[in-house]
Design a protein around this ligand. Structure first.
Ligand code: HAM
Length: 419
């Protein structure tokens, strides 16, 4: 019996990986322009970090973590998200001692034991950013703008931004009371999930997909905000509008992680089955302290790359994203073939993508390979051309053929290369 990949994981094969590379390179380029620097942290961390960081009563910590005991009897967990590890690294490496803000990004795998469905995996990948060291609402806006720019620049259409303020822990405590007073009389009509959330994490009740009709008239957290929270939220809204970033206010937006304070936001789009959230984040002013560091505020997001790629592939197949071979080199006869080996090495060193045959196939079969690879050109060298110091260059799309001097081949191909 053969082996199969674990449920909820994927093999990214050469044919589908082009979109991944395209999306990742856009993420890196946007981060460069916004001056976010890359950080790479371990894929597993002490279990306690996620319990403290993400929150004991969240679905992630209660049901979804890949936790194991290592050979030294320590409890370890494959990271279910990126923020806790980045904040741990920020504290452990004392990055807070730097005079400037710490603006970081990461791209990598995360692990959650979730029920499989379209757009939901057990190993998935996030592009995330974390900006630490300032409570300025302008930084919330910068982070939202960066995420929005990412979706725009990869070419996704129909992405919406939803924002909310989840206040401070004190605001949430007083809102929790009001919300429970509203929910308690309806307890028996609510689903089992809601009833259990009422006891553990009442704000998450409003997230329920099936019971929405029971929540009409529920108190809004926005009415419970104190002066500081209100001012912060107003500034975020004002600056987003000034920058021309469209957004909706969703007072029911509660994220699935406990660390958020003030701004919480999500990126949404239709097109992946029942799932519409493709990225999310917010401000977390208490997290650094919670993880044992000084009192330093932060804000960030995590964008799901599977969901981005799924949507992109379903919306359009832009050839600009696809891997392209510039030229397929064909040598006819022993001397020509030897020359091809030398030439192809030179082309590759000059930055061109080039391929050749290694199976001794006839010219027709080689031209078919060039077609399958969608090579822009086939270059064909026979003994006659070799003697003249020329090579036949055939443009695959039009079939047009001409001779170019061997010494000019790289320049000819580069000149016609799409940048
Ligand atoms: P999150 O909302 O749990 O936030 O995840 C962010 C994104 O990761 C989701 O919107 C989704 O696109 C993707 N995602 C989550 N779970 C899965 C899954 N099982 N399969 C596929 N994609 C998934 C966080 O993780 C926070 N750390 C974000 C953050 C950073 N907040 C502040 N800084």
């Amino acid at each position: 019996m053969g082996f199969q990949k674990p449920p909820g994981t994927q093999d990214f094969l050469p044919g589908s990986v082009d979109t991944w590379q395209f999306v990742e390179s856009k993420a890196r380029d946007i981060c460069r322009r916004f001056n976010f620097r890359e950080i790479r942290t371990p894929i597993f961390e002490a279990t306690e970090l996620f319990k403290r960081g993400v929150g004991e009563t969240t679905d992630i910590v209660e049901k979804e973590m890949y936790t194991f005991t290592d050979r030294g009897d320590r409890s370890m967990t494959l990271r279910p998200e990126g923020t806790a590890g980045v904040v741990r690294a920020f504290v452990e490496n004392k990055l807070y001692g730097e005079p400037d803000l710490t603006k970081l990004y990461y791209i990598g795998p995360m692990f959650r034991y979730e029920r499989q469905q379209a757009g939901r995996y057990r190993q998935f990948h996030q592009f995330g950013v974390e900006a630490l060291g300032s409570a300025d609402p302008a930084l919330d806006v910068e982070v939202i703008a960066l995420g929005y720019a990412f979706y725009t620049e990869v070419g996704l259409e129909g992405v919406r931004v939803e924002i909310n303020s989840v206040g401070t822990p004190a605001v949430r405590a007083s809102y929790r009371e009001k919300l429970l007073a509203f929910l308690e009389p309806k307890r028996d009509q609510l689903c089992e999930d809601c009833r259990s959330r009422m006891d553990r994490n009442p704000l998450r009740v409003l997230d329920c997909k099936v019971d929405q009709h029971h929540f009409v008239g529920a108190p809004s957290i926005l009415d419970s905000l104190d002066e500081e929270c209100r001012t912060h939220f107003e500034a975020v809204r004002r600056d987003l509008s000034a920058m021309g970033i469209p957004f909706d206010i969703n007072p029911r937006l509660v994220r699935g992680l406990d660390y958020y304070t003030h701004t919480a936001f999500e990126f949404k789009a239709e097109g992946i089955g029942a799932i519409d959230t493709i990225g999310g984040g917010g401000r977390y002013n208490g997290l650094v302290g919670e993880i044992g560091g000084p009192d330093q505020p932060g804000v960030g997001f995590g964008i799901g790359l599977e969901r981005t790629v799924l949507l992109l592939d379903s919306q359009n197949a832009d050839p600009e994203r696809l891997h392209q071979v510039d030229v397929y080199m064909i040598g006819l006869g022993e001397a020509a073939e030897r020359e091809i080996s030398r030439l192809i090495y030179g082309l590759r060193q000059k930055g061109l993508s080039a391929e050749r045959d290694y199976q001794g196939r006839k010219m027709k079969a080689q031209l078919k390979s060039a077609d399958r690879l969608q090579a822009r050109f086939a270059a064909i060298l026979g003994d006659d051309e070799l003697a003249r110091g020329e090579i036949a260059l055939k443009e695959m799309a039009t079939g047009e053929q001409r001779f170019v001097p061997l010494d000019n081949l790289a320049a000819e191909l580069s000149g016609q290369r799409k940048s």
